[in-house]
Design a binder for this molecule. Structure first.
Ligand code: F6P
Length: 547
């Protein structure tokens, strides 16, 4: 069954939400806390190792009811069934969207065109398991008989960001292999990586769903040429493996068919870390940890699929984003993890969220008349506090923010962890409460600050507060909780796409730049500039005459 095709603004719930917004915009969240001592109890969800507190939002029971009604009117429940059942919900590419099948248990049955795909998934998983065990244990060796010490993942976008984010996030669980990532077509990137490597002990994973991506193929060719300076053509088979759906192109590139880890067109690039694209994760932390990551994601899948809307974490967070995006006019959202391990989480989700929901054509083929995908940004706390938090606290823009923190630290340095977490709790409290004039005056009094100077400073020191935040407090950063956390945001993307009536799983917008770059590359190579706008022509002339 195709997804519903209906403009969300025509639903009864949307119209009621517009009216409701007029009542809520002037209500302070702080006041709602003062009037209801059970607010945090009411607006939080405890699920496994997660405590999700969304009480510090400008919402009441009516808001949630109307948002859930909107989801119902946009037939979210049916859409979830279509998503998990492998129906062709990615209609612009005529594909299913089945990253969830990659983490389903072995006895599950997921049909694509009438065929159960679970046995193939497990075949590839077993291949990954055997391969990684051999590399980690040193049984599989390089061309001079030495065990591998380094692995380079060559990929870009979803074939880079997911593995790079998870390898960084699970550093604590890592083995002895050094994992590197080459993504940018900038030749300085690849050179900086290979300059530290020994070809005898380095394994290269070329990850590209399509195996046509310019950046990845250029980097793979450059690396193969560098490798062949010290090794022979026959040695390539020992050192290069590929992850792709395009077996023919991989074989043409010269990679041994036995070294190909297949994936499928129903896995979107930005959701592919659960597939063989996760091979570098597996090599970094071992298959069992990789499998725990998948199990954690599967548990979130089950929660999302089966839990009622009011206790459903991805649905609740998705509806809150819609509330701010479509009714308050908020344009961006910040993601602030209070762990350095998640420093690549926001960049990873920038692709996940912005490539998915950065769309302006509705499922009816017409331009939408409402806002869709939000701008995503963020950095770990506490670093971000000393960088851009000023704007969140006192700027003119509304920036709903997710705070993600962990009860336990991994090395157990309690003093540091308490300091870190005191900041985590303090920020959402400060964003909620702000600082009143009376509080600032009381502070001035204590400091004996009076007169003109005090009057002058007063307005600058007052914080309005009333800034919405969600707090995701998780017991500990483990492969399993990380899997659940990533899956949570994946499902949030899905819910928003369904309600915004857009296709979340294509990315045609990225194609235009690629096509233009190819034709400009031709001009740069042949030194013949074709007609462009005058700015582009001048820039190209300058480049060609000075390079
Ligand atoms: O940026 C566009 C895109 O198609 C992404 O969606 C994808 O993750 C990336 O390019 C890389 O594609 P591939 O894995 O096919 O090399």
């Amino acid at each position: 069954m195709a997804l519903i095709n209906s403009n969300p603004t025509t639903t009864a719930a949307w119209k009621k939400l517009q009216q409701h917004y007029l009542q809520m915009e002037s209500i302070s969240i702080k006041e709602m806390f003062a009037n209801d001592t059970s607010r945090s109890e009411k607006y939080s969800i405890k699920w496994q190792e997660f405590l999700v507190d969304y009480s510090k939002n400008c919402i009441n029971e009516e808001t949630l009811k109307l948002l859930q009604d909107l989801a119902r009117e946009m037939q979210l429940k049916q859409a979830i069934t279509s998503y998990f059942d492998g129906e062709n919900i990615n209609q612009t590419e005529n594909r299913a969207v089945l990253h969830t099948a990659l983490r389903a248990p072995e006895n599950a049955k997921v049909l694509v065109d009438g065929k159960n795909v679970i046995p193939e998934i497990y075949e590839v998983k077993n291949k990954m398991k055997n391969f990684t065990n051999e590399v980690i244990s040193g049984v599989r060796k390089g061309y001079t008989g030495k065990p591998f010490t380094d692995v380079v993942n060559i990929g870009i976008g979803g074939s880079d960001l997911g593995p790079a984010m998870v390898v960084e996030a699970l550093q604590f669980y890592k083995n002895h292999l050094n994992i590197h990532f080459v993504s940018n077509v900038d030749g300085d990137h690849v050179n900086e990586v290979i300059k530290k490597l020994n070809p005898e002990t380095t394994l290269f994973v070329v990850a590209s769903k399509t195996f046509t991506t310019q950046e990845t193929l250029s980097n793979a060719e450059t690396i193969r040429a560098w490798f062949l300076k010290s090794a022979s053509q026959d040695d390539v088979a020992k050192h290069f493996v590929a992850v792709s759906t395009n077996i023919q192109k991989v074989t043409e590139f010269g990679i041994n068919p036995a070294n190909i880890f297949p994936m499928w067109d129903w896995v979107g690039g930005r959701f592919s870390l659960w597939s063989a694209v996760g091979l570098s994760i597996c090599l970094a932390v071992g298959f069992d940890n990789f499998d725990d990551l998948l199990k954690g994601a599967n548990q979130m899948d089950e929660h999302f699929k089966n839990e009622s809307f009011d206790k459903n974490i991805p649905i609740t967070l998705a509806l809150l984003t819609i509330w701010y995006n479509n009714f308050f006019g908020a344009e961006s959202e910040a993601l602030i993890p209070y762990t350095q391990y998640l420093q690549k989480f926001a960049p990873y989700l920038q692709q996940g969220i912005m490539e998915s929901n950065g769309k302006s054509i509705g499922r009816n083929g017409k331009p939408v008349n409402y806002e869709t995908g939000t701008i995503i940004w963020g950095e770990p706390g506490t670093n971000s506090q000393h960088a851009f938090f000023q704007l969140i606290h006192q700027g003119t823009k509304l920036i709903p923010t997710d705070f993600i923190g962990f009860v336990q630290s991994l090395y157990g340095n309690q003093d540091h962890h308490d300091k870190l977490m005191s900041n985590f709790f303090a920020q959402t409290e400060a964003l909620l409460n702000g600082k009143t004039e009376a509080q600032v005056k009381a502070e001035f009094e204590k400091q004996n600050l009076t007169g003109e100077k005090a009057d002058f400073l007063l307005p600058f020191k007052v914080f309005a507060g009333n800034k919405p935040t969600n707090t995701l407090l998780i017991d500990k950063l483990t492969p399993k909780t990380l899997g659940s956390l990533i899956a949570l945001y994946e499902h949030k993307i899905f819910v928003q796409g369904v309600i915004w009536n857009i296709y979340s799983y294509d990315q045609w917008g990225v194609e235009l730049g690629k096509q233009l770059a190819n034709s400009i590359l031709d001009e740069l190579k042949t030194n013949k500039i074709h007609p462009h706008d005058s700015s582009t022509t001048k820039l190209l002339q300058h480049y060609l005459s000075t390079k």
